[in-house]
Design a protein around this ligand. Sequence first.
Ligand SMILES: C[S@@+](CC[C@H](N)C(=O)[O-])C[C@H]1O[C@@H](n2cnc3c(N)ncnc32)[C@H](O)[C@@H]1O
Length: 206
Amino acid sequence: MERRIEHYGSSQKILLVGEGDFSFSVCLARAFRRATNMVATSLDSRESLREKHWSCASHLNQLKQRGCLVLHDVDVHDMDQHYILRRMKFDVIIFNFPHAGHYPGLRESHHQLIEMHKQLLSGFFASARVMLRFGGEVHVTARDDYPYNTWDVEELAAEEGLILTERVWFDKSDYPGYHNKRGGGINSNKKFPLRDSYTFKFMINY
Ligand SMILES: C[S@@+](CC[C@H](N)C(=O)[O-])C[C@H]1O[C@@H](n2cnc3c(N)ncnc32)[C@H](O)[C@@H]1O
């Protein structure tokens, strides 16, 4: 029997990238009961993840118990070359609240930081595209207010051959247990305001 939560189902092969404390992955895994259909990844190594997010230890245990493959040190720029991932194809690839990091003196509206965010997304779209099964989708959840809307997510995806199929309001309460994390800087484990957030869904433009 297929189990579902929002856009996601237990019959889909799902890749999650750029996870923070892995609470979003756990939320899906709980909804599916078994998580053998999921691969959950972080850019951080297991050690630095523990320093950033004390809450991740129990999440990683829960994922393991439910049969989820968890990988660390996965960079979205070259994840399609990763020694395990390169052999896999996915129905859905999820990147929630991509962010290139926090740097002293660089506000979110600074053009240099915006350029870094855009490069992160372009790299992600380029490698995600080749990891999709036929009919698969790439989901990016991001804020759509200023200055985040200047990233122009739709255009970046189009440059990598992906077209926007839907833009759906993101409500955190739809994902019980999910804690959005800043993921960088001294306040890594803190959450950030989820104003005007949407899940942007993309497919290959055949
Ligand atoms: C704002 S945090 C969001 C974390 C998590 N997805 C969430 O929703 O709580 C941004 C995340 O992007 C990740 N990230 C930044 N650059 C990345 C890259 N090149 N490859 C993979 N993840 C990256 C960071 O490690 C961080 O966890």
